[in-house]
Ligand binder design. Structure first.
Ligand code: ADP
Ligand code: ZN
Length: 212
């Protein structure tokens, strides 16, 4: 499958991506994870992205397209991929369309996760992330066995800088202004599939029906 995951921050794109990659072996490509890794390593890219990300704003389209062009040409993408957090703007969606055209590839579907805003805000404010492996916890619904320590790798679990209330509200606004228009873009392309909620198996079933 070659799929784009669309939906507001906190819609559960990462979780859904894991279910879908488990189904057919396609790779999950998260621009957020790539950028956070670059920040952690202190690379040139990381230095450029750090302050922008902390505020919950978007990194420039040029920077993102550079990353994605390289990434999509890697061998593991041949099986299929799920793009998580990309494209985020209409210019990125247009650049992706051109890039895939050049590569002779076609998307199967743009999957929109439709989740009420109040659910999103609550979910993001209670979310915690492992600094080492990226595993996601929730202080209410999925706490780690030992407070502050990752069950998977023993790393430290923290609240992301961009998951403070102020940054969350900004990210939601950035989403509605810059990313929500992609829903119309992919509807016009005939690729949109909207699913309510974020239950992984339900999403997988909807997708299988659609791609039959
Ligand atoms: P979310 O949890 O909001 O889906 P991500 O983990 O996808 O967040 O991304 C975290 C941050 O990385 C974003 O707030 C933004 O600053 C930056 N980022 C990730 N993907 C993109 C992109 N495609 N275009 C611009 N900025 C991006
Ligand atoms: Zn971990």
């Amino acid at each position: 499958m070659k799929i784009i995951l669309l939906g507001p921050p906190g819609a559960g794109k990462g979780t859904i991506a894991k279910v879908l990659t488990g189904y057919d072996g396609s790779v999950q490509i998260s621009t957020g994870d790539i950028l956070r890794a670059a920040v952690a390593e202190g690379t040139e890219l990381g230095k450029q992205a750090e302050a922008v990300m902390k505020a919950g704003d978007l990194v420039s389209d040029d920077l993102i397209m550079g990353i994605m062009e390289q990434r999509l040409k890697q061998d593991d993408c041949k099986v299929g991929y799920l793009l998580d957090g990309f494209p985020r703007t209409i210019p990125q969606a247009e650049a992706l369309k051109l890039l895939l055209g050049k590569m002779g590839e076609k998307l199967d579907c743009a999957l929109e996760l439709d989740i009420p805003t109040d659910v999103i805000i609550d979910r993001l404010a209670t979310r915690r992330t492992c600094t080492q492996c990226g595993a996601i916890y929730n202080v209410k619904s999925k706490p780690p066995k030992v407070e502050g320590i990752c069950d998977v790798c023993g790393g430290d679990i923290v609240q992301r800088d961009d998951e403070t209330e102020e940054a969350v509200l900004n990210r939601l606004q950035v989403y509605s202004e810059q990313t929500a228009p992609l829903i119309g873009f992919y509807r016009d392309e005939g690729l949109l599939l909207t699913v309510q909620g974020s239950d992984g198996n339900q999403v997988l079933e909807a997708l299988k029906t659609r791609l039959k």
